[in-house]
Each structure stands twice: as structure tokens, then as C-alpha cells.
Design a protein around this ligand. Sequence first.
Ligand code: HEC
Ligand code: HEC
Ligand code: HEC
Ligand code: HEC
Length: 128
Amino acid sequence: MKKAAILVSLVLTVSTLLWVTAWSQEDIVVLDASAFENSQRPPSVFVHEEHNEKAEIEDCNACHHVYDDEGKLVEDESSEDQLCSDCHGLDAEGRQPGLMKAFHVNCKGCHLEQKKGPIMCGECHQRG
Ligand code: HEC
Ligand code: HEC
Ligand code: HEC
Ligand code: HEC
């Protein structure tokens, strides 16, 4: 009996965790700009799932990248469980751009390259 009760509570805990993770992932609509000390712009809109579907991006590490010690991109690994700010500080470190530049190069870089997606400040940093 006791074993069964433990098993049931374990299953419940795990499924709650899975549900919360799935929910928070789908929930990104606007990016979290709390890593910036004094934000000058409203945080950027970015509807994670919808954006990546519409833009037809298949590799998570097109954004959630991992580099090895020599600065080479590790093709089959992803840092999706980390925030950009976990690695990118506000200031650049060697070849690693500071946080604002990291976002701008990643986001605008691809939009410019593909000639699709916003490149004007107010299209990403929308008020309200
Ligand atoms: C493709 C989308 C995009 C465009 C276009 C863009 N940004 Fe950003 N910007 C971001 C993202 C994403 C961040 C990271 C945090 C956030 O959402 O504010 C950011 C961060 C910033 C920050 C640091 C955080 C803050 O609010 O102080 C500033 C300043 C900024 N952008 C200014 C600009 C200016 C000025 C322009 C136009 C020249 C611009 N951005 C265009 C996406 C964009
Ligand atoms: C176009 C860029 C892009 C692509 C492609 C992308 N993501 Fe993201 N993802 C982001 C950004 C930006 C954030 C917010 C990170 C931050 O706030 O520092 C994020 C956040 C997340 C988070 C939440 C992280 C946290 O701890 O809050 C998860 C989970 C995630 N992405 C999973 C994925 C998976 C899985 C894929 C592939 C199927 C994927 N992402 C593809 C840009 C992208
Ligand atoms: C696990 C740590 C880590 C995480 C998480 C991370 N980066 Fe990076 N990033 C790096 C390192 C290291 C470099 C420098 C690579 C080199 O040596 O050239 C880099 C380089 C970059 C560059 C310049 C080179 C390039 O790929 O264009 C951009 C832009 C960038 N990161 C954006 C982002 C964004 C946006 C996120 C979040 C979605 C992010 N990074 C998450 C470690 C990370
Ligand atoms: C690898 C390429 C790529 C990257 C990286 C990328 N985008 Fe996009 N983005 C696109 C494409 C392609 C579109 C146009 C999709 C369409 O409507 O056909 C787009 C469209 C958008 C739009 C318009 C609304 C929408 O959801 O379609 C916004 C806002 C946007 N991107 C914000 C961002 C932000 C913020 C980042 C960085 C965190 C980012 N994008 C990174 C390719 C990219």
C-alpha cells in the first residue's frame, strides 16, 4: 500500500513538472528583459512557437547554440535549457558578444539575411 502511494505521488509530481515545463515554453510571447539593468525600450515581442513554425526553423540551436572550447559550434547540441543571459553578460567577452548585441545579431541578422521579419526598432520593441 505504502509503495503504491509513493508511486502515485511520484507520477503526479513528474506529470505536474512536465505540464509546467510545456506550459512555460509555449507561454513566451514577449522576451524577459530583466537581465538589462535599466531597460530603454519595451521588451521585444517574440511568440516562440508560432515564430519558429512560421519561419520554418528546425534546429533549436539556430538560437540555443553551444560552442566548444575552441569556439566551434557544436552541431548536435542545444542550450535550450539556459537563458541567453546565462552565458552572455552585459559586456562582450572575447568573441562572445554582450547581451544586447547577441540578441540583435541573432534576430536582426537572420531577418536581414532572409529578407523576412522585422528590422525596425519599433516592430520588435512594441509598446503596450
Ligand atoms: C528583430 C527584433 C529587434 C529589433 C528590430 C531591434 N531589437 Fe533591440 N532588442 C531585441 C531583443 C530580443 C532584445 C533583448 C531584450 C528585449 O526584448 O528587450 C533587445 C534589446 C535591446 C536593448 C537593451 C534592453 C533595453 O531595453 O535597454 C536596447 C537598448 C535595444 N534593444 C534597442 C534597439 C534599437 C534602438 C533598435 C533599432 C535600431 C532595436 N533595438 C531593434 C530585439 C530587437
Ligand atoms: C529564433 C530563435 C529560437 C529558436 C529557433 C528556438 N528558440 Fe527557444 N528561445 C529563444 C529565446 C530568445 C528564448 C528566451 C531566452 C532568454 O530569455 O534568454 C527562448 C526560450 C526557450 C525556452 C525557455 C528557457 C527558460 O529557461 O526560460 C525553452 C525551453 C526553449 N526556448 C526551447 C526551444 C526548443 C526545444 C527549440 C527547438 C524546437 C527552440 N527553443 C528554438 C529563441 C529560440
Ligand atoms: C551555453 C552558453 C551560451 C548560451 C546559452 C548562448 N550563447 Fe551565444 N555565444 C556563446 C559563446 C561562447 C559565443 C562565442 C562563440 C565564438 O567563440 O565565436 C556566442 C556567440 C554568440 C553570437 C555571435 C556568433 C553568432 O553565432 O552569430 C550571437 C549572435 C549569440 N551568441 C547570440 C545568442 C542568443 C540570442 C542566445 C540565446 C537564445 C545565446 N547566444 C545563448 C555562448 C552561449
Ligand atoms: C534563423 C532565422 C531567424 C531568427 C534567428 C529569428 N527570426 Fe524572427 N523571423 C524570421 C522569419 C523568416 C520571419 C518571417 C516569418 C513569416 O511571417 O513568414 C520572422 C518574423 C519575425 C517577427 C514577425 C512576427 C512573427 O512572429 O512572424 C518577429 C516579431 C520576429 N521575427 C522577432 C524575432 C526575434 C525577437 C528574434 C530573436 C530572439 C528572431 N525573430 C530571430 C526568421 C528568424
